[in-house]
Ligand binder design. Structure first.
Ligand SMILES: Nc1ncnc2c1ncn2[C@@H]1O[C@H](COP(=O)(O)OP(=O)(O)OP(=O)(O)O)[C@@H](O)[C@H]1O
Length: 783
């Protein structure tokens, strides 16, 4: 049944009233905040003038300090209120753009009156603060909107479950103070609005889905905390979007104890970081911390190493299949990603308590200040009951003390007096004042001169010693590179700690050793290396993080997950992934395509809660029906949005390929699409394609360090498009020569599922078997 015109009128009337109220509150706040701003500027300017400074005696000093404290309290109080005001203002201005998007009529069991609950992006009270004009979408009652069709309903509150009846569920699109569309909806959040939202153009920023969250997604958003929340869903099912909504929900639910600083998102690449960075601010929240696992690794590994990143590794695996060392490396990658290698490192570290620890000499001014033998001797004589990190702590304290002691004689060395000669007046003055403070001066000026010289000499030595001291505090005296190398130096070495080694273990050892010899750390070595390092030095545990979100989790190895568990011992983890999109060649932990498999080996069943997402929203129905055949998974359910079937285009020669591409790009642009991606298999292919296209059409080449993109035509390897989407996607070359091996199936699936509205695939002589096996009725074949 359609909405009656008088209902429409009434609703519009309410919009007008609420907008008026929002404007009234905004004006009031604007006045207050500008007044406050004036106060803050003036307090800052006159801060010292308003304080009576008197340091004559103890009581005056106390009074001065008290007056300073009082003044800074006034200042920070004003600043806080100003900040609050600004936040309120920005929340009001978001409401002003669209005051609500949903409404339910709810009557609690036992009550006589039904209440209309309007749901928007933030809460809004009336002028007296009595009536709630708009409920924040995160309030308990708002979950009715996402969870139920009209009829008997219930929702959980902190004080218990509330039961009742819902007689109406309505959705709105309100823009520029006008209701543009309004629908009464059933179980799911109305198809019409979702159709409209999903039919829009993509751009370089992800959108919030707050007005159209689906029931299964709401379960994830409001799920009770558990150690591991596992979310498996097909491409485009809203894993990332829902996770961001959950972050906003947690920030609201736990607003007295949780801030965005306590939340970390591991994202797949820097491009993705910027892609999702607008969602939380759009919802009125500050962004969580964001990093890639690569960045995390880099922050922990010594700068002597040149680190390979995950994408360079992937590029090698995709392009160097004919390399003689290829198979050995592939085996090494799987092995180094395994839990058995991690356990072997554990045993190795235990063995280092009694023997085999390697330290470095500490060199100062070209001489050995403390030799590795001395450090070793001290380490060996520490209480054997202590753990290695505890012993290392003791060794550190000992070394720092020794450094001070052993450099005292340096005072007399020529380099010190030369340095003193070069000191500027300011430094000399400071030294003089220091002596004065210490009451070090005597009546004897000769003595005083000697003291000053001594002080300056100490000062110079300490200054030069400081970098070494910092290194020692960072445990640089442990020779972790040598210790890691030891694992591979002799193929029989690791046998002491584990039985089953891969077939070509000597080859893996040789490969690893020669890389380490040139200070290169392959991607497969970075996590084990850092794990060994932190086992010895102590983990850089982060206890302030309370929620860790891991997106594209299927691309983490078991070793990496186990490592992350060590790093965040207190945090709850939300893990989002789709094994069908696994593109990194770690161990075959997803042979069964179940995200939960590796987790059940790392966590107990009670710690894991699984929330599946079933439907795919990103792509049109024909695109989903095509792409799900690539991975032979007919269970993926598309959201019913119509569109053209994918187009398969064959070329006869390379020139024709480029010409066809250009024509197709123009056609897509003419249809009004803003973001068009040409996805290649590798960076090498992207680069070649870019070279051939750049003079003919305007396009951007994206590489693994690109941190953002603009609307337009982009060209990139498909592994960099993970998590991102485009209006139209062109697969540059789906010939059999490109996608043939079974390991490339998921890569191709990932690439094709980036398309929202249009998908075009080009090929040469022979079509990839992964596409050739698709039902021809699912696509349009242009020969
Ligand atoms: N409830 C929803 N309402 C509106 N849009 C939605 C909804 N759920 C998902 N979408 C849209 O579907 C698209 C895919 O969402 P998202 O990127 O979060 O999926 P994903 O599961 O993380 O995908 P992938 O695994 O392929 O990276 C986005 O455009 C998102 O806005």
């Amino acid at each position: 049944m359609g909405i009656r015109p008088e209902d429409h009128q009434q609703e519009q009337h309410r919009v007008n009233q609420v907008i008026q109220e929002i404007e009234r509150q905004m004006n009031l706040l604007l006045q207050n905040t500008s007044q406050l701003k004036g106060d803050i500027v003036s307090i800052r300017k006159n801060f010292w003038e308003d304080i009576r400074i008197n340091l004559e005696n103890e009581s005056e000093v106390i009074e001065t300090v008290a007056s300073m404290l009082q003044q800074s309290q006034v200042l920070s109080e004003r600043e806080r209120t100003h900040q609050q005001g600004s936040r309120q203002l920005s929340s009001l201005s978001r409401l002003h753009q669209s005051p609500w998007f949903g409404r339910v009529n709810f009557m609690e069991t036992g009550e006589q009156h039904e209440e209309a609950i309007y749901i928007g992006i933030a809460s809004l009270y009336d002028a007296e603060g009595d009536e709630i004009l708009v409920y924040d979408w995160r309030t308990p009652i708002a979950s009715l909107f996402y969870d139920y069709p009209p009829g008997p309903v219930q929702f959980d509150t902190p004080t218990g479950t509330i039961y009742g009846d819902m007689s109406l569920k309505r959705q709105y699109i309100i823009r520029h103070n006008t209701i543009q569309a309004m629908f009464d909806t059933g179980l799911t959040i109305g198809d019409q609005i979702l159709q409209e939202v999903l039919g829009q153009q993509a751009n370089s920023e992800m959108k919030s889905i707050v007005a159209t969250i689906q029931r299964e997604q709401n379960r994830l958003i409001r799920a009770k905390d558990s150690r591991i929340l596992l979310v498996q869903g097909p491409a485009g099912s809203g894993k990332t979007s829902t996770a961001l909504q959950r972050i906003a929900y947690l920030l609201y639910r736990d607003r007295n104890t949780l801030t965005s600083e306590n939340i970390l998102l591991f994202s797949p690449n820097p491009l993705f970081n910027s892609y999702v960075s607008t969602v939380l601010p759009e919802l009125g929240e500050r962004n969580m911390q964001q990093t890639t696992f690569q960045e995390y690794l880099e922050s922990g590994i010594e700068s002597i190493f040149t680190l390979e990143d995950a994408f360079t590794q992937l590029e090698y695996l995709l392009t160097a299949t004919k390399d003689v060392a290829y198979e050995t490396r592939l085996t090494g990658i799987s092995f180094k990603a395994s839990l058995s290698f991690m356990k072997a490192i554990d045993h190795y570290v235990t063995s280092l308590e009694t023997q085999g620890m390697v330290f470095k000499d500490l060199i100062f001014k070209d001489r050995i200040l403390i030799s590795h033998e001395e450090i070793h001797h001290y380490y060996q004589n520490c209480d054997p009951a202590l753990s290695i990190p505890e012993r290392i702590q003791k060794v550190t304290i000992w070394i720092l003390a020794q450094m001070k002691k052993r450099t005292q004689k340096d005072r007399k060395l020529p380099w010190v007096s030369e340095e003193i000669q070069l000191l500027d007046d300011e430094t000399l003055n400071r030294a003089y004042q220091k002596l004065q403070q210490k009451n070090a001066f005597t009546e004897d000026s000769f003595d005083d001169f000697a003291r000053e010289e001594e002080l300056l000499a100490n000062w110079v030595i300490q200054k030069h010693l400081q970098p070494l001291r910092n290194d020692v505090k960072k445990r640089s005296f442990i020779d972790v590179p040598a210790l890691y190398q030891q694992l591979f130096s002799d193929p029989s070495f690791l046998h002491r700690f584990m039985e089953d080694l891969p077939a070509n273990w000597p080859g893996i050892c040789e490969q690893t050793t020669s890389q380490l010899a040139t200070n290169q750390l392959a991607y497969e070595d970075t996590t084990p290396y850092l794990y060994l390092k932190e086992k010895l030095e102590g983990f850089r545990e982060n206890r302030s993080l309370r929620h860790v979100f891991i997106d594209e989790a299927q691309d983490y190895s078991l070793f990496q997950f186990a490592f992350i568990r060590h790093l965040f011992p207190r945090a709850k983890m939300t893990v989002l992934g789709d094994p069908y999109q696994q593109i990194h060649p770690h161990s075959g932990s997803y042979d069964d395509n179940l995200l939960s498999t590796p987790f059940t080996t790392l966590f107990s069943q009670e710690e894991i809660k699984e929330i599946p997402l079933g439907k795919s929203y990103r792509s049109t129905r024909p695109i989903v029906e095509f792409t799900r055949q690539i991975i032979k998974n007919p269970t993926i359910q598309p959201f019913d949005r119509q569109g053209e079937r994918p187009h398969l285009v064959q070329w006869r020669n390379k020139d024709e390929h480029i010409q066809q591409l250009i024509t197709r790009l123009h056609e897509i642009q003419q249809r009004g699409h803003r973001t068009i991606a040409i996805l290649c298999k590798t960076a090498q292919e992207s680069h070649d394609a870019y070279e051939r296209l750049q003079d003919r059409i305007q396009l951007q080449l994206i590489h693994h360090e690109s941190s953002s993109f603009d609307d337009g035509i982009l060209i990139l390897p498909c592994y960099l498009a993970k998590g991102v989407e485009f209006d139209a996607v062109i697969i540059y070359d789906v010939s059999a020569s490109q996608y043939n091996h079974k390991s490339e199936r998921k890569l191709l699936y990932t690439a094709c599922t980036r398309a929202m509205h249009e998908l075009h695939l080009f090929y040469g002589e022979e079509l990839s078997p992964m596409i050739a096996s698709i039902d021809p009725a699912s696509y349009v074949h242009e020969c």
